[in-house]
Design a protein around this ligand. Structure first.
Ligand code: FAD
Ligand code: SF4
Length: 448
């Protein structure tokens, strides 16, 4: 009897311990899920939940909630665990470096571009990087697969193929014109030199592409890569300044100069050759063209007098280095508002917007700008259009044929961007809108 009682007590205690452990475990899981759910709600309100480009897609039937993807992701809160499965939180912040893809122990993650609702335009690119137009090649993020390492690799491989396919001709000024000087264009430029091709690289802005516009303190994650004319670059975590100076050093050592501030506006066929027209009207002839223009498009210009001045910019780099200036920020979207708020910490900022009020900005930005207007750290002029940019001032037009002149040192214009889709289509390149197209997936998965 005593033995039985003892056994009942032991089993009872063990059972209670198990029940308590399960209870606390389930409670913790529920709490964590609630937190993730709240984060998702906030991301939805702030417009960050819906993916815009490359992002992870989770196979919930395979996911075992190891959390390895969350640990591995160097960006903030893109993934979380909800109800025992990995899920997307701030998906639009994913930069597609795929650390989650490699980290998942059960291969439950694929990297896809576009979603069922939101398609992404992708040009047709063959395995050798040639588009549907014979002689026009595409490398880097424009083809859909981003990342510095991939772009460098594709730029090199594309030029190897071009060198094989394109016979040199005496009629053409160039064997190859490379458009864009991000990681893909830089690597292609170096490879073209290695292959002995007569080539030129045209960049609408400055050397470095998207990397140039990273925030100064950002940790750049990459994998070791082969840079033509240099060899193995063994960086895994670096800073943008380190990468940019490496590229500059290698280009200089090989006497290569990128033609900056040279936007390509059109590409057309001229007999056997391609005619490449720049924004300034200049035209160049080439046997082949490599498009390494990324996916970020071109900032829209306002075409007002004085816009060509050096003090005018279309992106904000290193605001911490700008102080004591009179600044005009133009635009009414999130980029304009966020830039105005950052600059207002050390400068006198006026925000000019042609609309009557801010309508399409994130709720958090709206709160912050309203309080900056209230405490007069930013002056906002609605219903205004910039009409002239002088050396030390700017002129705005206001309703009722009025104008206002402001003292000014710097102008930042955020009037949206022109995506390269039209430019590509005019050159004859076919574009398909992809809805959730897998760019990187594990072999076991069925193809879509
Ligand atoms: C916020 C953020 C963080 C990221 N972090 C990482 C990271 O840590 N690690 C990583 O590997 N990747 C990262 N990426 C992705 C990486 O930056 C891109 O995948 C890579 O830069 C793509 O290289 P690309 O050469 O194809 O294009 P881009 O770098 O976009 O370069 C394209 C160039 O073409 C030029 N161009 C465009 N149109 C024209 C035209 N008509 N005429 C002339 N020039 C033109 C542009 O001005 C630009 O300089 C990040 C991206 C972002 C946005
Ligand atoms: S691809 Fe990169 S940024 Fe996107 S979720 Fe995975 S690790 Fe994070």
């Amino acid at each position: 009897m005593e033995v039985l009682l003892e056994q009942i007590i032991i089993y009872g205690v063990v059972a209670i311990l198990i029940i308590l452990t399960v209870f606390f475990y389930v409670r913790q899981l529920k709490r964590n899920s609630r937190k993730v759910e709240e984060k998702i709600q906030r991301a939805k309100e702030e417009g960050l939940h819906e993916p815009v480009s490359l992002h992870p897609e989770i196979d919930v039937n395979t996911c075992i909630q190891s959390g390895a993807c969350i640990e591995a992701c160097p960006e903030k809160e893109i993934l979380g665990i909800r109800n025992g499965k990995a899920t997307l939180i701030n998906a639009s912040r994913c930069v597609g470096h795929g650390a989650c893809f490699h980290a998942c122990p059960v291969e439950a993650i694929s990297l896809v571009i576009g979603t069922e609702k939101r398609g992404v335009d992708l040009p047709h690119v063959k395995q050798d990087f040639e588009s549907n137009v014979q002689g026009i090649y595409i490398a880097g993020e424009l083809g859909g697969m981003g990342l510095i390492k991939n772009s460098v690799e594709q730029g090199r491989q594309a030029v190897e193929n071009i060198a094989r396919a394109v016979a040199k001709s005496r009629d053409a000024e160039y064997d190859l014109i490379i458009v864009g000087a991000g990681p893909a264009g830089i690597s292609a430029t170096l490879q073209a030199k290695k292959q002995g091709l007569k080539s030129i690289t045209l960049e609408q802005d400055t050397l470095g592409g998207t990397v140039y516009s990273f925030p100064r303190g950002k940790i750049v994650m990459t994998s070791p890569m082969d840079l033509p004319m240099f060899g193995k670059v063994k960086l895994t975590e670096t800073r943008k300044s380190e990468l940019l100076s490496l590229w500059e050093k290698v280009l200089n050592a090989n006497n290569l100069k990128i033609k900056e501030n040279s936007k390509v506006e059109a590409i057309s066929k001229s007999g056997e050759l391609f005619r490449v027209r720049l924004q300034n009207g200049e035209e160049l002839l080439s046997r082949a063209v490599l498009l390494a223009i990324g996916r970020r498009g071109t900032p829209r210009k306002l075409n007002v007098p004085g816009e060509e001045r050096e003090k005018v910019a279309y992106r904000l780099l290193e605001p911490e280095n700008i102080s004591g200036k009179d600044i005009l920020v133009v635009g009414g979207g999130d980029s304009a508002v966020e830039s105005a708020l950052l600059l207002a910490e050390q400068n006198k900022v006026t925000l000019s917007y042609r609309g009557e009020n801010f309508q399409r900005i994130k709720p958090k930005n709206n709160e912050r700008i309203q309080s900056a207007i209230l405490d007069k750290t930013i002056t906002t002029i609605f219903n205004s259009n910039i009409i002239d940019i002088g050396e030390n001032n700017v002129q705005l037009s206001l309703p009722g044929d009025r104008t206002e002149t402001l003292k000014n040192d710097l102008v930042y214009i955020f009037a949206g961007g022109e995506l390269p889709t039209q430019f590509l289509q005019k050159a004859g390149i076919e574009i398909t809108t992809r809805f959730g197209h897998a760019m990187l997936k594990h072999q076991k998965k069925r193809s879509r």
